[in-house]
Ligand binder design. Structure first.
Ligand code: SF4
Ligand code: ZN
Length: 313
């Protein structure tokens, strides 16, 4: 029988072809990488208050566990659970998220789409979403809800559980869509110019792959919620995900190469390009930042459309 190459204990996972590790050495390897990522991208500062968007799923549950464990000096952590209002799916996720936060001794708050925007996601999607996917609509309101929560709680940062796979997918998706604005704004370090209008969003798991997250959850007995959202229909993202999965399997390191390549590109052109991008202005209804060419943010435009269509029904 082989043993953990670091401490000789019972092996748990082969982290790389040469690196067989036990639970504890594997967990330490992941936690160290997260701490290094936070430092490398200058994500947090001493004495800050960070709000973690906790869904109860594996990514955000692992994120909260690691942030608590690596106990960044002077950092205050609060969990915010967003209840989109998805029958048969979200109530169990919310329950799991509350349990996880309580187990870690982290104060948590639930923000629902219904109380913030007047509609659950279920009722929003009764109206045809005029060109947006269900996830596009949901994501628009999640961003608004997290921003609102962070403002209410006087937080300095919003941390989300986006991992390496998600980040590489977004890079490629922005490229194939030709979305230069989003590609340029997709940074690991919060942009200085956006700090004025947003509570900066950080992704401390951005260099941790999906399989590593699953193994970390397993190694640490994290009992996350594994339900499937009935609206999960992101066809284009899924095809990009499958393509990248295949590439990563054949050529390990592909995902990381994409992120590193974007890092290098950003450093070389961002200062000249950013001033040329669509300006961020406050929405005239809710005050949230918007890069829309009209006066309304995407969320307020959507609410107006729902109310318009419901009146005509
Ligand atoms: Fe929202 Fe899409 Fe996630 Fe469902 S899968 S919770 S619709 S973003
Ligand atoms: Zn608005």
């Amino acid at each position: 029988m082989n043993y953990c190459v670091r401490c000789g204990a019972k092996p748990f996972v082969r982290a790389t072809p040469e690196l067989l590790l036990c639970r504890s050495c594997f967990s330490e390897r992941i936690e160290k990488r997260v701490a290094k990522t936070i430092k490398q991208y200058n994500m947090l500062h001493y004495g800050c208050h960070v709000v973690v968007g906790l869904s109860g799923g594996k990514d955000s549950s692992v994120l909260l566990t690691i942030l608590k464990k690596i106990s960044l000096s002077g950092t205050r952590i609060t969990a915010v659970i967003i209840d989109e209002g998805i029958e048969g799916y979200r109530p169990d996720g919310v329950k799991e998220a509350l349990k996880i936060a309580e187990g870690l001794g982290v104060e948590s708050f639930v923000y629902s789409y219904r109380s913030l925007f007047g509609y659950t996601l279920d009722s929003m999607l009764e109206v045809p979403p005029f060109g947006k996917s269900s996830c596009g609509v949901c994501g628009t309101f999640r961003r608004k809800a997290l921003n609102q929560a962070a403002a209410d709680l006087l937080a300095d940062y919003v941390a989300t559980g986006h991992n390496l796979d998600d980040e590489a997918e977004s890079i490629l998706l922005n490229l194939v869509r030709g979305d230069f604005d989003r590609f340029t704004r997709q940074t690991r370090t919060p942009l200085e110019q956006d700090r004025k209008s947003f509570v900066p969003k950080i992704k401390p798991l951005v260099l941790i792959s999906q399989p590593e997250i699953v193994y970390y959850a397993l190694a640490n007995g994290i009992d996350y919620y594994d339900g499937t959202c009935p609206y999960a229909d992101q066809a284009r993202r899924n095809s990009i995900r499958n393509f990248l999965f295949d590439q990563e399997k054949r050529h390990p390191g592909t995902l990381l190469n994409l992120v590193r390549m974007q890092d290098k590109l950003s450093l070389s052109y961002r200062d000249e390009i950013l001033p040329l991008l669509t300006a961020i202005n406050p929405c005239t209804v809710c005050g949230d930042p918007t890069d829309s060419t009209t006066a309304l943010c995407a969320g307020c435009k959507f609410i107006q459309e729902i109310e318009h269509q419901k009146r005509d029904q």
